[in-house]
Ligand binder design. Sequence first.
Ligand code: GTP
Ligand code: IMP
Ligand code: MG
Length: 359
Amino acid sequence: MVTIVVGGHFGDEGKGKVISYLALKDKPDIIARAGVGPNAGHTVFKGGRKYGLRMIPCGFINEDSRLLIGAGVLVDPERFLKEVEITGTGDRIAIDERCAIIEKRHKEEDATNEFLKKRVGTTGSGCGPANAERAHRTIRLAREIPQLREYLTDVPLEVNSAIDEGKDVLIEASQGFWLSLFYGTYPYVTSKDTSAGMAAVDIGVGPTRIDDVVVIYKSYTTRVGEGPLNTLITEENIRKYPLWQEILSEAKKKGFTGRGVNDILAHYLGERGTVTQRQRRIGSFDFELARYSAMVNGATQMGITCLDKIFPECYRVRDYDDLSERAKEYIGEIERKVGVNATLISTGPEPEDMIDLRQ
Ligand code: GTP
Ligand code: IMP
Ligand code: MG
């Protein structure tokens, strides 16, 4: 089986959490990281310890899985080596020798280019400038970096051989569909496409070999950096949303403050970027964008995370029948409007906090 996990909104949907669950539950032989590069920030818990990962596959928490980084992914050698050390995965991780390398000058350009910094709101990780240079064909590749030599491999060869042998492969995409360079809210997007098709390309797997595409959404829609968020919750429109009025009053009751409604909600929901620590904007679930991204991604299943953040009574629930009625209705509404079954419902940050409805 080959499964791709991909983000359906603006990134930070909690792919890290879903992948950590799948890694432990399904025990894939190979877990391969796709996506743009270290602009991604994934949060994973292992044994009560929290990891903020930008390069290493989140599935590392399964100690028996082979870990790979596909040729499409940009590699920041310093960051990669640091994460290999933090996670203790040096004996089972490899990167494709054709991965393009992020250098100091790429990060400097992100930091000084006014358009990227102010208008796009880049994460500053050098990905945009590096992908631009890759298109210019003047960038260095992983095989030219001595410190990476011991980690080099041919990812497509490894992955396709494993598929031929009937092994299981989990492909982790990064970012979210609406940050796609091709389909997203241009110019407020990242420097590459971010859909499931691109994730397959990143790893070197043909479209005919993919069995499942799991699109992940958070129970509400968030966005970090610049660009439109159509369902943004504001002082003016919160009256239209009884659920959000309730969440806001709960936040205030618990003593959360801020400069306006969205600020208070972001503090209460703990919505701060993993890479940049920037605060994320909070929106109600954007059904329209969710439906479109499910279509282009070819979603076969849907994962919904952070259900407990808006319905606290669902915290750590692992059985669908134990969800509150209002939470079940909420999930049902998303399924109807997006047109895909919710098979993985996350009710807490730890890998085990999951309702698994897969057949
Ligand atoms: P991707 O970028 O999509 O991988 O998501 P992420 O892992 O970067 O998401 P992010 O770091 O924004 O995750 C949000 C936070 O919520 C993290 O601290 C996660 O550990 C946590 N989280 C993920 N799923 C759940 C959930 O179902 N309930 C709760 N309470 N927290 C969750
Ligand atoms: P860049 O890819 O760092 O240049 O960032 C471009 C835009 O995409 C900015 O608005 C970022 O905030 C956003 N972005 C890039 N990667 C992520 C991610 O992993 N999660 C959320 N937003 C991201
Ligand atoms: Mg993230």
